[in-house]
Design a protein around this ligand. Structure first.
Ligand code: ATP
Length: 362
């Protein structure tokens, strides 16, 4: 079993006489066998959260439960968890065989032959048997990462903790390893908490993702739920690539008034906004912007400034007022930089946030 609960987990660091709240009353309930991705920008408290779970940092307040057992102040080795680090943390002068078996040697009373057998099985699983007699210095980054995974897997932990395990690999290998880690996690069915700042990893790997900002949970949900129904402007801007476009508007009845254009909304949308004349933020994802005719409703006239053909899609950057926005146009439609176009934000696809708090309204 491996259900992990964080209740009001808080970690405060003292630095130069002032307090830094790295994790701020974080509540998470991670299901047995779940793959949860903790994601957020640099400094949002992801690693500190993971280190508190692992027992490498002492929580300032709150509690951590593993299968209802309070482990908040247990020693790391009492926690039945295995952590994989960004820099792999392999012992440089030990063979791969010894690196993988070392954890079992020091924490169990298994015999040498039993450990050898488990090392062989683990190496088989990760397809690294031919590397067993080499040292880490002789391995590529991807191979070192597999050895680091092997060292975690062999302990058969209740929970895997992974801190940016792929960030030292090149883009191609990262994609391969992403799939391998997912497959491994599914086969082993072990609760996994995976920290990354990369929203693509979050979207593609997690059963659910938890998005943090400034130590606080912004949203937890399935990846597509966070993409389609972000709870606030922060999540909306963080999830999705390229990022969502934001425009400041004010509501006037069934019109959203921007400095450069007016946008007619349906009465249903107006009713959802409930309060007239307030400052709002209109959000539209690049992939939802359409090119349109000049006489279409809500068409905005603009000039394409830069075009980036990516193959299946073309990114077009255009300006409204003094801000640049991005549209992602499907197919190989030839748009030229300097071309005058009309764009439209289809109403079912627009998001509306409170201009002050950033909370999602629609
Ligand atoms: P990154 O992706 O850059 O590693 P992160 O989201 O993992 O960022 P943390 O490393 O958890 O963020 O840091 C959260 C906050 O706590 C940051 O403001 C950081 O400077 C601070 N912090 C982390 N460790 C310590 C420490 N040992 N002493 C003081 N402040 C710390």
């Amino acid at each position: 079993m491996g259900r992990l609960q964080l209740n009001d987990l808080t970690k405060v660091f003292e630095s130069d006489g002032s307090d830094i709240v790295a994790v701020d009353e974080l509540n998470l309930d991670i299901r047995d066998g779940e793959f949860l991705v903790l994601v957020g920008p640099s400094g949002c408290g992801k690693s500190t959260t993971l280190r508190c779970i692992a027992g490498l940092e002492r929580a300032s307040s709150g509690s951590i439960l593993l299968d209802d057992r309070d482990i908040t102040y247990d020693k790391p080795k009492e926690r039945e968890m295995a952590m994989v680090f960004q820099n792999y943390a392999l012992y440089p002068h030990m063979s791969v065989r010894k690196n993988i078996g070392y954890g079992l040697k020091i924490t169990t009373d298994l015999s040498k032959s039993e450990i050898d057998e488990r090392v062989e099985d683990t190496a088989e699983l990760l397809e690294i048997r031919e590397l067993l007699n080499k040292e880490p210095g002789d391995l590529s980054g991807g191979q070192q990462q597999r050895v680091a995974l092997g060292r975690a897997i062999i302990r058969e932990p209740e929970v895997f903790l992974m801190d940016e395990p792929l960030s030292n690999l090149d883009a191609k290998l990262r994609t391969t390893m992403r799939t391998e880690i997912q497959q491994l996690q599914q086969d082993m069915d072990i609760t996994t908490i995976y920290v990354t700042h990369d929203q693509t990893e979050a979207m593609t790997m997690g059963d659910r993702i938890a998005i943090l900002d400034q130590g606080q949970l912004q949203q937890i949900g399935e990846p597509l739920e966070c993409y389609h129904q972000p709870t606030n402007r922060f999540v909306a801007g963080f999830i999705g690539s390229p990022s969502m476009n934001f425009l400041s508007v004010r509501q006037n009845g069934t019109t959203l008034v921007h400095e450069e254009f007016e946008y007619r909304i349906t009465e249903d949308t107006r009713d959802a906004l409930d309060e007239s004349s307030r400052d709002l933020t209109l959000g539209i994802r690049p992939e939802h912007i359409r090119l349109t005719d000049s006489d279409a409703q809500n068409a905005i006239e603009t000039t394409v400034e830069v075009v980036e053909p990516m193959g299946e899609v073309t990114y077009a950057y255009f300006q409204i007022g003094d801000q640049t926005y991005t549209a992602s146009i499907e197919g190989e439609r030839r748009i030229q930089s300097g071309e005058e176009v009309h764009v439209v934000f289809p109403e079912p696809k627009i998001h509306i946030f409170d201009g002050e708090t950033g909370e999602a309204i629609k």
